[in-house]
Design a protein around this ligand. Sequence first.
Ligand code: IPE
Length: 267
Amino acid sequence: MLLLKFGGSVITNKKKRDKIFREDTASRLIEELKLGLAVFRDNRAILVHGAGSFGHILAREHSIHRGNLGGGDYLTIVPRIRRDMRRLNHFVEKLLLEKGFHPISLPPEAVLYKEGEGIITPIPQGIAAMISFLQEGFMPVLFGDVIADKDLGFSICSGDDVMKVLSYLDEVERIIFVTAVDGIIGKNSNGTRGENIRENSPSGLLRDIFISNDDEVADVTGSMYGKAERIAEMAAGKEVLLINGNVPGRLESAVKGEPVIGTLIRT
Ligand code: IPE
């Protein structure tokens, strides 16, 4: 089974305030997924999507990732973000239906539980329920959102958090992050920006990644370094591939297991 995430920077314009769904791009990616899955071993996938401008902008402006410590007008803001995320999920779901998929949308709190910064616990019953849908031929579709948090009252659960929890499922063979970049940027020996990392181990990734402030585009979930940390922590022995979804054909090749430009992380 394939586990993949459509990053918010691909299916929305993450830099802009206006919440515009990039329908053409999302539609092409779903088409590519379909073509790829047609030849992928068991044709099954779990799709996760991020927030982009539908979640990050308001969340950052009101420090929602800090939960009730953020101090802002969260009673107004949290419901707005949750509504916007459901709207984005609805757009994705609609396209999936139009392309012949059988999506079942599930919120992140169906499969995981948060207790303060970084402590995420899977919910076995919710995951078992998700697997039941999968076994019947449906495709679970999950997304990042503001969720309840035992310590902070509420906080942000990113799509990457959902990916991490689901990466441990035995059924998951391949993990793909569809992003807006060609790969994770590496650093030269003097610490300056280097080439994209083509292939590395989880620990090598964290050692070699170039940390830049430029990619902090309205992101409350840790940007590329946060993503790299989650990728590095993902289930050992599984291959994780990060590709650019803005380039036509790459997702299809990645799903089919063909060589593709991107960053491949494996132990
Ligand atoms: C963030 O999810 C969720 C909210 C801000 C509500 P992600 O962190 O997975 O979103 P993208 O993919 O970076 O946009």
